[in-house]
Design a protein around this ligand. Sequence first.
Ligand code: ZN
Length: 139
Amino acid sequence: MESYRKELWFNTPTRRAFINITPEVEEGLAESGIAEGLALINAMHITASVFINDDEAGLHEDYENWLEKLAPHEPVSGYRHNLTGEDNGDAHLKRQVMGREVVVAVTGGRLDLGTWERIFYGEFDGRRRKRVLVKIIGE
Ligand code: ZN
C-alpha cells in the first residue's frame, strides 16, 4: 500500500470564506501516483471545516446567512468561550455544523466525486495561517 501526505495552507483576508480546494486535492492525487484507494481531507484547526457540496455562489451566501443565524458572530459577549479573551466562539460552532473532514474514493487515479460535488475549505476565523491535511492511501 502506498501512502501520501500533503498540507494545504490558507490565510484568508476575511474572517469567513469558502474556497474550492478540489484542484489542489487533484494535484496531490496526481503527485501521489495512487490509482485505487481513499483520500482523506481534513481541516487541522477547530474553527475551520472541510466539506463537499456545490460550487455555486448563491449556495455559499445561503450558508453564510444560515450559519450567522445559527451562531452569529456578534455579540461576542454571547459566548462563554469568549470569556477566555477570544472572539471566535461562533467559529467553533460553525465548524461543528459544517464538519471536520471528508473522505473521497479514488478510482482509476481520479477523485470519484458525484457530478456536482466539489471539496471546500470553510474558514470561520481567518486572517491567519491555517492548514488542511490531505492523506491518500491505496495502490
Ligand atoms: Zn476559540
